[in-house]
Design a binder for this molecule. Structure first.
Ligand SMILES: Nc1ncnc2c1ncn2[C@@H]1O[C@H](COP(=O)(O)OP(=O)(O)OP(=O)(O)O)[C@@H](O)[C@H]1O
Ligand SMILES: [Mg+2]
Length: 1037
């Protein structure tokens, strides 16, 4: 091809704009804070919500503040609320970016616009727009045709439009109704680069035509998303406009290719799931986006002068198609869409860093122009392939047509245009007819996770009775996972519309599954199959001026969750005084709602692929507490059970999401009739069996701090707070040789043990009524616990195939020099004992990581470090952050007080020793006198002539006994309180809700009161003992 002599290529950096959107409803509900500010037209500042002094500033070509300062005008367009507002609306964005693209196109440069950002950050809003707020793409198209119309007549303009989607590395033509299994292929031409073979590129002569094509493309995208159950936020959408100007008088042709790319949500690998899964490598979901990142990084490095040997364009479909947009002949702009919310901080930062790298890229765009006297063969090729870097192949323009010369080519163009016009007219008529039906007939209107794809599909319910389902023979053809060939019947008779499911087909109306004929009311929510959501729009007479937009995807899922008994209250959210729910519980709840439909889909795929898996959502730590009785950080997990083999796995949220992608890939192959058999190790529905956590038991250690043995039967509670088994355990203080201490060794104040050696034995006796073993006789269990600062979890030996496994394992521990922290730990913490389920073929648990220190006798040494108060790092890390500060504060106060008491006691000790030395000089150098009541036998032995001391010893023994009884019953009360806090009613009843709220709050208050009274009592007892002794001394002297 002979290009005109044009100025040198312009080397442009990629232009970058940032745009921050308003809060979403969900963000508003959860009390989000805005962490973004824009102090000028070019700077974006992000504040770390965890560390507000930590502020990062980025400078880009443009910064659009679309977060606040706006109002809706009468047509629904968002405009500045007042003249001082910094708000940037769709027109402002178009003014800079859209016009820039148009200018480039008119000059004959290729132009590319990419929208990058996490899911829901506003990419599609900027690119396509919503309703009256039209985005850059429609505005560019509209203005292009307006400008064409105002041009002189001795020029000819040719515009073609193509639209494609890349999902899972497969290309789908969004303008073609027939889907090619496996998608369209990217081909490479030596001269022309990469292009999509067979992609439809439609000649257009008006904006109205493009508008319809885009509507049609969105419809196909929506159907594809429901049929293949593929979330649109994981697909990339590319629109290409080829714009050619033929200057008949000047023997000149200019061509520009405008690429408009709405990228998939950019969630990083970590949050999107692949991390930590055996099958990470298999997922291709993010391949295009990951490759794009790699290409951008390599190009940025090259632009900075680093030696880059290879730009990995060939790694993915997207990077192949964007090769020239990124690394060559294009003027390229990137919009980085960001969320304002604090919870999105990490993603926002990652988006802005990505944009920073992109900004460094330098392109060398040239004007694509040539004279008519050119190499026809090369040009034919160009036309055929749709531009020198084109994504589309022009349909119908055969080389033969083109070889007839420019005149013939124009005739061909006219012919193609006429054909496209006819198609458009048909489409237009169909749309007009549908619009008429919308006005008059009751219908189902689709609701998609992506607001862009909601309200795109409609199923009309005419008078009569109509079958609905996947089969083409139905009057209402429905696509979607879990929808049967003949799924349900819709009737419209006597002004009444009903739905009746066939057999066991799933139909949910307003969150509740229905099995019989059910009347539909205007704006009822209908879910068919696993997750195809529709809003029912009733007869015209039923319709009012309601706001339908509130019935979005979230509404459907929340309603369904509520009907299944999942609510914030069920998850234990206790709101603070301001009515704001605990943010960590809110996050878990949102995760739960988001995963619920995905789990339903995964179960459906498992069923259709005959995998026999049953997946259910669980909330880890729903009812568990840490070693101090505080709620643990909750987390959504998926329990997976193989119905045939009874194998059980617990998947993290991330792992489930990753597996779901892989399941979709497999399912798609199955639906396409391809081979869907996979080797077991590649099967997303399979994993090697593993040990499963069944539940935890709390054993309060307070008695140990008083040197009192205790024996308990405690429940192992599972994550739902239900009894999984009963543990029989015996914990006893003992001598280094293992001889059990007697009553005389009981102390009234743990501080007496300070600095002494303390030995104790934990004897796990038996486990009773283990449900896990009841369910399947081939299973086994192991018990694990970790005390204080022990580096390892200790596991008992595995016991298999018995319902009430006898364990009988004893371990002796020794604190060689009991520290204050250790004594505090004993008084305020519980030993957490975990019950683990073993299944056939899984590896048993052993404690091999770190060898604990051992005494000469071979007992395990604890209390080796003198660090913080709570030593169990796993528990500390996972306990709720908000609780930590008040807890620490209280502990510090407690320690301070105990130190005072300790100081007083030591002084008293010295004093007592002195007076004793005075009284009986012969006993100098004897064993130290124990000063407290419980060990007061010695003074009696030493001073048999002092009757009041004997009486004192007797009363002290009584006091010790009373205290023992008291602490034991208090332990029981504490356990009871814990259980009470965990027990919640099984049903989420609207009526009961305020009452439960109140009760939870009262329980919390009671717990706090209980703890603080206990603490006070302990101190009082210590002071009483001290005072008593002060009183005793003068008598003794
Ligand atoms: N500038 C804005 N002004 C008003 N609303 C906006 C703006 N940007 C985004 N929104 C709203 O935020 C929501 C999410 O936006 P959008 O669908 O464009 O996100 P997205 O980045 O395309 O997400 P996905 O990756 O899932 O496709 C939509 O409801 C949209 O209307
Ligand atoms: Mg989008």
């Amino acid at each position: 091809m002979k290009t005109m002599k044009m100025p040198m290529p312009s080397t442009d950096s990629v232009k970058v704009a940032v745009r921050v959107r308003p809060f979403s409803q969900r963000e508003k509900n959860s009390g989000s804070k805005c962490v973004i500010s824009m102090h000028s037209r070019t700077t974006t500042t992000v504040q770390d919500p965890k560390n507000p002094e930590h502020v990062k500033t980025f400078t880009f070509d443009l910064a659009y503040w679309s977060h606040s300062g706006f109002q809706e005008d009468k047509d629904g367009v968002l405009i500045s609320a007042d003249p001082t507002s910094d708000f940037a609306g769709q027109r402002d964005v178009f003014h800079d970016i859209g016009r820039g693209i148009l200018d480039s196109a008119w000059q004959g440069y290729n132009a590319t616009l990419l929208a990058y950002g996490q899911t829901g950050s506003g990419k599609s809003y900027s690119m396509i727009g919503f309703g009256a707020n039209k985005g850059i793409i429609p505005n560019v198209c509209e203005e292009l045709f307006q400008a064409i119309e105002s041009q002189e007549r001795n020029q000819e303009y040719q515009v073609t439009f193509s639209m494609l989607e890349i999902y899972n590395e497969q290309i789908r033509d969004l303008l073609s109704r027939t889907r090619k299994p496996g998608g369209l292929k990217v081909r490479e031409d030596q001269h022309l680069g990469f292009y999509v073979e067979g992609l439809k590129s439609v000649p257009c002569e008006s904006y109205a035509q493009i508008e319809r094509l885009m509507e049609q493309g969105t419809k196909i995208r929506t159907t594809a998303s429901t049929t293949m159950n593929a979330s649109s936020s994981r697909s990339h959408m590319l629109i290409t406009i080829q714009f050619k100007q033929v200057f008949l008088d000047r023997d000149l042709t200019k061509q520009s290719s405008i690429n408009l790319v709405d990228l998939a949500g950019s969630e990083r690998q970590k949050s999107s799931g692949a991390e930590g899964d055996r099958l990470r490598e298999g997922s291709r979901v993010n391949l295009s986006l990951t490759s794009l990142g790699n290409v951008i990084s390599a190009l940025a490095d090259a632009a900075m002068g680093k030696k880059v040997l290879h730009i990995p364009y060939r790694d993915s479909v997207l990077t192949k198609l964007l090769q020239s947009a990124l690394g060559g002949n294009s003027r390229t702009t990137l919009i980085a869409a960001i969320s304002p919310a604090d919870i999105c901080y990490e993603e926002t930062l990652s988006t802005l860093r990505y944009a920073e790298r992109a900004k460094k890229i330098r392109n060398a765009a040239v004007v694509n122009a040539w004279t008519l006297m050119r190499d026809l063969r090369a040009e034919n090729k160009l036309l055929l392939r749709g531009g020198n870097h084109g994504m589309a192949e022009q349909v119908g323009s055969s080389p033969v047509d083109q070889q007839r010369g420019p005149g013939a080519h124009q005739a061909t163009w006219a012919h193609l245009l006429a054909q496209a016009r006819r198609e458009w007219e048909q489409l237009y008529a169909a749309v007009a007819q549908e619009q008429q039906m919308v006005k008059t007939l009751p219908h189902l209107r689709n609701v998609n996770e992506d607001p862009q794809l909601s309200g795109v599909l409609r199923h009309f319910i005419r008078t009569g009775s109509w079958d609905a389902g996947q089969a083409a023979s139905n009057a209402i053809i429905l696509q979607g996972l879990g929808i049967s060939d003949k799924h349900a019947a819709f009737t419209n008779l006597d002004g009444r519309v009903t739905v009746t499911p066939y057999g066991t087909c799933k139909v949910i109306v307003n969150g509740v599954p229905v099995t019989t004929e059910t009347k539909l009311q205007h704006l009822d929510r209908v879910i068919l199959g696993s997750n195809s959501a529709y809003l029912y729009v009733g007869f015209p007479a039923e319709r009012g001026g309601e706001d339908w937009s509130r019935f979005d995807y979230d509404f459907f899922q929340l309603e369904r969750a509520a009907a299944e008994g999942v609510s914030m209250d069920r998850l234990g959210a206790v709101s603070d005084g301001d009515g704001n729910a605990d943010p960590s519980v809110l996050a878990v709840f949102q995760d739960y709602i988001r995963l619920m439909p995905l789990v339903a889909e995964a179960n459906q795929m498992s069923e259709e692929l005959n995998k026999g898996l049953q997946m259910e959502l669980k909330v880890k730590n729903l009812a568990s507490s840490d070693s101090r009785g505080y709620d643990l950080q909750k987390e959504v997990t998926v329990k997976v059970t193989n119905r045939r083999t009874h194998e059980v796995w617990i998947w993290s949220k991330a792992k489930f999401i990753n597996r779901k992608f892989l399941m979709e890939e497999l399912y798609q192959r199955f639906r396409d009739g391809e081979d869907s058999d996979v080797a077991q190790e590649d099967d997303p529905f399979w994993d090697p069996v593993e040990v499963v956590h069944l539940g935890s038991a709390h054993i309060w250690l307070q008695s140990l701090a008083y040197c009192m043995p205790f024996e308990e039967q405690v429940e192992f509670l599972n994550c739902d707070g239900l009894e999984e088994a009963v543990l029989h355990v015996h914990i006893a203080p003992c001598s280094p040789a293992g001889r059990a201490h007697g009553e005389e060794d009981v102390v009234t104040d743990p501080l007496e043990l300070l600095g002494k050696r303390m030995d104790f034995q934990i004897h796990i006796v038996q486990c009773l009524g283990v449900k896990w073993l009841k369910e399947d006789a081939k299973r086994g269990i192991q018990i694990g616990y970790r005390i204080y600062d022990l580096p390892n979890t200790l596991y008992t030996k595995p016991v298999w195939k018995t319902m009430n496994p006898q364990i009988e394992e004893t371990v002796q521990f020794a604190a060689l020099n009991a520290s204050q922290e250790f004594l505090n730990y004993l008084q305020t913490n519980a030993l957490i004992v975990d019950l683990w389920g073993l299944q056939e073929g899984c590896a048993e648990l052993s404690c091999s990581q770190l060898d604990p220190m051992a005494t000469e006798e071979g007992h395990i040494v604890v209390d080796t470090r003198n660090l913080s108060l709570v030593k169990d790092p796993s528990q500390t890390a996972s306990s709720q952050g908000a609780d930590v500060y008040p807890k620490l504060l209280r502990l510090e106060r407690e320690t301070e007080l105990l130190r005072d008491v300790n100081r007083a006691l030591r002084a008293e000790n010295v004093f007592l020793k002195g007076s004793l030395a005075k009284l009986s000089p012969g006993l100098q150098g004897e064993t130290l006198l124990k000063v407290t009541g419980a060990t007061a036998q010695q003074p009696t032995a030493l001073r048999p002539d002092v009757p009041c001391t004997a009486a004192q010893a007797g009363s002290d023994r009584e006091l010790a006994r009373a205290l023992k009884a008291f602490y034991q019953s208090m332990n029981a009360a504490r356990g009871q309180l814990l259980r009470l806090r965990q027990s919640r009613p099984p049903e989420d009843d609207q009526l009961l809700r305020p009452f439960i709220h109140q009760q939870t709050q009262m329980l919390k208050d009671f717990g706090n009161l209980f703890e603080s009274s206990l603490w006070k009592l302990k101190n009082d007892v210590a002071l009483v003992v001290k005072k008593k002794r002060e009183h005793l001394l003068p008598i003794q002297q």
